[in-house]
Design a protein around this ligand. Structure first.
Ligand code: AMP
Ligand code: MG
Length: 416
């Protein structure tokens, strides 16, 4: 049995970022740049006004600094999208709008409120804006500057930056296609729910949770349905998974008589790299490669499958997409109740972490910790990590928790 960290290392050692693909800018949100992107233009391309007001020469308004208003001749108006036909001469001003190019000769824009607003002539009454309100050409970036390095995740602001530099299409790492195979004679899909109502079968909820987790991790799920607990059926499903980037099977990796997944995988030429991790839930985890495609054989228990996904599959999917930060963050939490564990394995307990007024984080369990109890997983926002070193941890003690979502970052109250 491997320690959790070892299992993670071994899996990630086999995972490489996928090939790059060129996609439209808007579709690249959430993806990772597969190449360095250099600016092809300078932004802003010209010095422009950051105010609605009058472009002036500072030399013309020195008396205003001593409290004497000055009157200048207004020789034109420049709106955003227009260019001044000529430079400003002594004693002249031009009306100018925000974003409009500052005419040659001008070095200050006096806001409209500090003038009489005149159209032929303008009286400048206040000099606080001398040398101000001009955004110089290139203040954001220059042609040739590095806008994004290979490996940079594409966020909304970067989409805007790239748009401003004319990047309509960019190369990002491909999203992994994840083949999902459930297995078990007891399973049906929702279309056969009458079998469930008749108490003969259960729904393959793993087909749904693994699909959802894959999407959240940026992958594209390919649901290959449910294999029966026969070698032939499993073989057919695994063969169909051939052109995916990752194969996820659930169930049949333990020691039951009908647990054929590992055998069939080996018979197809798959190379098993490890089996079993010192953790609960999710100990019977298998990992290997089949014709170069990584395979994770998850336990069928609904919570085990999800916990193994969070710990091992999600980081692998993120690495394939070119992310450097592949892991979720752990936080230190204070226990609101005593917790007990029954085996010397690292436990991942379903918990809800809350931030208290003073900023500290506390955790409580969300209910039954059976690996089949999916509702307590649905109520959890974190996995409380309990080292297998002692059978119980006291109320008030500190442990780490692995956050599963953004719930600590979000709130129903407007808070600045
Ligand atoms: P196994 O790994 O085949 O021993 O299955 C462990 C437990 O998980 C059993 O109770 C199965 O019924 C359950 N199980 C297996 N596969 C699924 C699935 N796809 N959806 C929901 N439960 C499952
Ligand atoms: Mg089974």
């Amino acid at each position: 049995m491997l320690r959790v960290e070892e299992a993670s290392d071994r899996i990630l050692a086999e995972i490489r970022p996928l090939a790059a693909e060129a996609i439209p800018l808007r579709a690249a949100l959430g993806r990772v740049c597969a190449e360095d992107i250099l600016a092809t233009v300078t932004m802003p391309p010209w010095s422009n006004s950051s105010m609605d007001g009058y472009a002036v020469r500072s030399a013309d308004i020195t008396p205003v600094m001593k409290g004497e208003p000055v009157t200048l001749r207004v020789v034109g108006t420049i709106a955003a999208g227009e260019f001044a036909p000529k430079a400003l001469k002594r004693g002249q001003a031009m009306r100018i709008m925000t974003g409009a190019p500052v005419p040659g000769g001008a070095d200050s824009v006096i806001r409209k409120e500090d003038t009489d607003g005149g159209e032929q002539k303008v009286e400048i009454r206040e000099a606080r804006d001398v040398w101000k309100n001009i955004r110089p050409a290139g203040e954001d970036y220059h042609s040739g500057d590095l806008l994004a390095k290979r490996g940079t995740p594409v966020k909304p602001a970067l989409v805007g930056v790239l748009a401003s530099s004319g990047v309509g299409t960019l190369r990002v790492f491909r999203r992994p296609r994840v083949a999902i195979i459930s297995s078990g004679n007891e399973l049906v899909d929702i279309d056969a729910f009458d079998e469930v109502v008749a108490s003969r079968r259960i729904v393959s909820s793993n087909s749904y949770t693994l699909d959802a987790l894959t999407r959240v991790a940026g992958g594209e799920p390919i649901d290959l349905g449910i294999a029966a607990d026969t070698r032939a059926s499993l073989r057919r499903k695994l063969e169909q998974a051939g052109d995916s980037d990752l194969i996820l099977t659930s169930a049949g990796v333990s020691v039951g008589d009908l647990d054929h997944t590992r055998d069939v995988f080996a018979a197809l030429g798959g190379k098993q790299l490890f089996w079993k991790v010192k953790m609960r839930p999710g100990a019977p985890l298998a990992f290997g490669t089949l014709n170069g495609v990584p395979w994770l054989g998850l336990s069928g228990n609904p919570v085990s499958a999800m916990v193994s996904f969070e710990l091992f599959v999600r980081p692998a999917l993120r690495k394939m997409q070119g992310h450097a930060a592949v892991f979720r963050r752990t936080v230190t939490v204070t226990l609101e109740e005593e917790v007990k564990i029954a085996a010397k394995l690292t436990h991942f307990l379903r918990a809800y972490v809350t931030r208290k007024e003073d900023g500290t984080l506390t955790a409580r369990l969300t209910g039954l910790q059976s690996s089949g109890a999916l509702t307590s997983m649905a109520r959890a926002n974190a996995l409380l990590i309990v080292p297998g070193t002692s059978p119980k941890v006291a109320k008030g003690a500190e442990l780490k928790a692995l956050m599963l979502d953004q719930s600590l970052e979000e709130t129903s109250a407007f808070s600045l």
